[in-house]
Design a binder for this molecule. Structure first.
Ligand code: G4P
Length: 530
C-alpha cells in the first residue's frame, strides 16, 4: 500500500455505512433530504423528490416507476458530516418492494429506524427489523412528525420494546407535540433545544438552553418546563439508560424525537450515528475466515445488480460493498466465483445520488462495477484469495405467477431472460419437476410488471402471467438418501430454482406444515445463501 498505515486506518474509521428502515410514509425520503442538507450535499431541501420523477426516469420500466411515483431502485449516497464520511444506502420503501431491500441491509453496518409518532410500529418496519436481526445490526431510532398530534411518547417506546424486542434508550425527549411542539431535551447533554417552525428547508441557528433547572427554560417554554422536569423523572425511571455496548450488539436502540419536515432533530440523530454507530465491520467467509475492514488487501461483495440506471449507459451496474482494504483506479481484482482476475478502471461512486468515476474508495464504501453479464448477486472480489463472503441471502418469495409466452417460438429467450433477471435478484424462477411450467416468484408485486417490461425491452419477448396455485416456497435440504425419498413422494410439489436448487412449492401454508411434520428429517428454509 502506498499510503501510510495511519492514514488508511483513519479513512476507514471515519466511515459510517447505514440504511433507513421504515414503513411507507413515515418520512424516509424527507429524512434523507435533511441528512443530505446537513452533509452539504444539497443546498435546499426538496431536490430528492424532484429527482424521483426527474432525469433518470427514461427507460421503460423506469417510466413505470415514474408513473406510480415509486422508486424501485436502491441508490447509494455518500456525503461528509463533520469529520466523518457517511454512506447512506437507500432502500425502496413502498408497498411494492423486492429482495433488493433486504439484501441492501446486508451491505450496511447500522440502520436508522424511522417511526411515525402518530402511528407507531407498522408492518413493514416489523419485517425489515426481522432482517436486521439476522446479523444483530445496531439500530438507531428516529420518531418523526412531532409537529403533528402524536401518540404518547412513552407508549411508543413500550410498543417498540414489545413488538420489536429491542430496548429503548431515549437520547432526546420531546416537549409538547403538534402546534405545541416546543423542542427536545437532550438527556445526555443536559440541554434543551428549542424548535422554531418554518425552518424546514435550510439549516438555521437554533437556540439551546443548558441545564434542566435553568430559569431561562421557564421563560422560554412556560409551564412546559415544569412538566418536562416531572416527566424526565418518570422517563428515567421507566426507560433504559444508553449503553454503547448493548447498542453495538443490537440489543438496545438510542431514540431521537423530531420532525423531519421541520428539519428538527435529524442532526441529533446524525451526531449519534457518527459517535456510536460502528465504523466498517468485516464479514465472514466460507473459508471460515473473518475478513476485518482494516485488512489491507482489497475485498468486497456484490449485493445488488441494477440495469439501465442511466439510459445513456445501457449496461448493468453491480453494487459492491468494500469489505476490506482500498479500491484504486485500474486495480486488479480476483472474481472469486469464476476464478478470474479482472482489471477495474471505471468503478463508480454515488456522491449524493449522482454517479461519477472515482479514483479510490475504502472499506465501508459502495462502488459500482460495470457488469457485462459475468457478475451475480453474492459474488466476491478479492486480491487473489479464493474465499467467498457469506450472508447474502435469497428470500423465499411470497407471490407466484405462471409466466407464458404470447409467441411460443421464443421459449429459449424467455428462459434466458428469466434466468438473467433471477441472477440480478429481480425475481426468482421455479421450474417444477413434473411439468414445463415456468413460475415466477417475487417478494413484491411490482416485480412482476418490471419483469414483463424488461423481457420485452431487453429480450424482445412478449410474455404474460397466469394464475398458479402456489402460495409459498421453501428451499429443502437434508441427507441425500432422505432427500431422494422425499423427492419420490412429493414430486408434484417440487421445483428447481434459477440456480438449480431444490424447492418445495406449496399451494397453501397448511400443506407446507403437513409436509414439515411428515418429513422431520428434511430442512425447509425460507432464506437461502447465495
Ligand atoms: P417515505 O419516504 O417514508 O414514504 O415518506 P416521505 O418522506 O415521503 O413522507 C411522507 C409524507 O409525510 C410526506 O407528505 C411528507 O411531507 C410528510 N412528512 C415527513 N416528515 C414529516 C414531519 O416531520 N411532519 C409532518 N407533518 N409531515 C412529515 P405528503 O403530503 O405525502 O407528500 P408531499 O406532498 O409533502 O411530498
Amino acid at each position: 500500500m502506498d499510503m501510510s498505515d495511519s492514514n488508511f486506518i483513519s479513512e476507514i474509521n471515519k466511515r459510517r455505512t447505514f440504511a433507513i428502515i421504515s414503513h411507507p410514509d413515515a418520512g424516509k425520503t424527507t429524512i434523507t433530504e435533511k441528512v443530505l442538507l446537513f452533509g452539504n450535499a444539497i443546498q435546499v431541501a426538496g431536490t430528492i423528490k424532484g429527482r424521483k420523477s426527474g432525469q433518470h426516469a427514461k427507460s421503460d420500466w423506469m417510466a413505470m416507476e415514474k408513473e406510480r411515483g415509486i422508486s424501485v431502485s436502491t441508490s447509494v449516497m455518500q456525503f461528509p458530516y463533520l469529520d466523518h464520511l457517511v454512506n447512506l444506502l437507500d432502500t425502496p420503501g413502498h408497498a411494492d418492494f423486492s429482495e433488493d431491500t433486504y439484501r441492501t441491509l446486508t451491505a450496511v453496518d447500522s440502520c436508522l429506524m424511522v417511526i411515525d409518532a402518530a402511528k407507531g410500529v407498522e408492518a413493514r418496519t416489523i419485517k425489515l427489523m426481522e432482517v436486521t436481526r439476522l446479523r444483530d445490526t445496531p439500530i438507531l431510532t428516529f420518531i418523526n412528525k412531532l409537529d403533528r398530534d402524536t401518540r404518547d411518547p412513552i407508549d411508543l417506546l413500550d410498543e417498540v420494546e414489545d413488538i420489536l424486542k429491542i430496548k429503548c434508550a431515549p437520547i432526546t425527549w420531546p416537549i409538547g407535540m403538534g402546534k405545541e411542539f416546543k423542542g427536545v431535551y437532550h438527556l445526555l447533554r443536559d440541554e434543551t433545544i428549542l424548535y422554531k417552525t418554518g425552518q424546514g428547508h435550510t439549516i438555521q441557528a437554533i437556540k439551546t438552553i443548558k441545564g434542566i433547572d435553568n430559569p431561562e427554560l421557564d421563560s422560554a417554554i412556560g409551564i412546559y418546563a415544569e412538566e418536562l422536569r416531572e416527566m424526565l423523572e418518570l422517563v428515567r425511571g421507566a426507560s433504559h439508560e444508553f449503553s454503547h455496548e448493548a447498542f453495538l450488539k443490537g440489543e438496545l436502540t438510542p431514540v431521537f424525537f423530531g420532525t423531519a419536515l421541520g428539519n428538527f432533530g435529524v442532526d441529533h440523530m446524525l451526531d449519534g450515528l457518527i459517535d456510536w454507530a460502528p465504523a466498517p465491520i468485516g464479514r465472514q467467509t466460507d473459508a471460515d475466515i473473518f475478513v476485518a475492514a482494516k485488512e489491507p488487501s482489497f475485498s468486497g461483495f456484490v449485493f445488488k445488480i441494477q440495469a439501465n440506471m442511466d439510459p445513456k449507459h445501457r449496461d448493468r451496474i453491480a453494487f459492491c460493498r468494500i469489505v476490506s482494504g482500498k479500491y484504486e483506479k485500474g486495480m486488479k481484482m480476483h472474481h472469486s466465483r469464476i476464478g478470474k482476475d479482472v482489471r477495474i478502471s471505471d468503478a463508480l461512486t454515488f456522491l449524493a445520488g449522482d454517479r461519477s468515476l472515482l479514483d479510490e474508495a475504502y472499506a465501508g464504501d459502495i462502488i459500482g462495477l460495470h457488469n457485462h453479464g459475468s457478475m451475480r448477486i453474492g459474488d466476491t472480489f478479492t486480491s487473489g484469495e479464493k474465499y467467498a463472503f457469506t450472508g447474502i441471502p435469497n428470500f423465499a418469495p411470497e407471490l407466484f405467477k405462471r409466466i407464458r409466452l404470447r409467441d411460443p417460438l421464443k421459449q429459449k429467450q424467455l428462459l434466458k431472460g428469466l434466468i438473467q433477471l433471477a441472477e440480478e435478484g429481480a425475481v426468482q424462477v421455479f421450474r417444477p419437476l413434473m411439468n414445463n411450467d415456468l413460475i415466477v416468484g417475487a417478494v413484491g408485486v411490482l416485480q412482476f410488471d418490471v419483469v414483463v417490461a424488461r423481457l420485452k425491452a431487453e429480450y424482445n419477448v412478449d410474455a404474460l402471467y397466469e394464475h398458479v396455485n402456489v402460495s409459498t416456497a421453501r428451499w429443502v435440504y437434508g441427507d441425500p438418501r432422505k432427500v431422494e425419498e422425499f423427492m419420490r413422494k412429493t414430486e408434484i410439489n417440487l421445483a428447481y430454482d434459477g440456480g438449480d436448487n431444490l424447492t418445495y412449492i406449496a399451494p397453501t401454508m397448511v400443506n407446507l406444515s403437513l409436509a414439515q411434520e411428515r418429513y422431520p428429517d428434511i430442512k425447509f428454509t425460507a432464506t437461502r445463501e447465495q
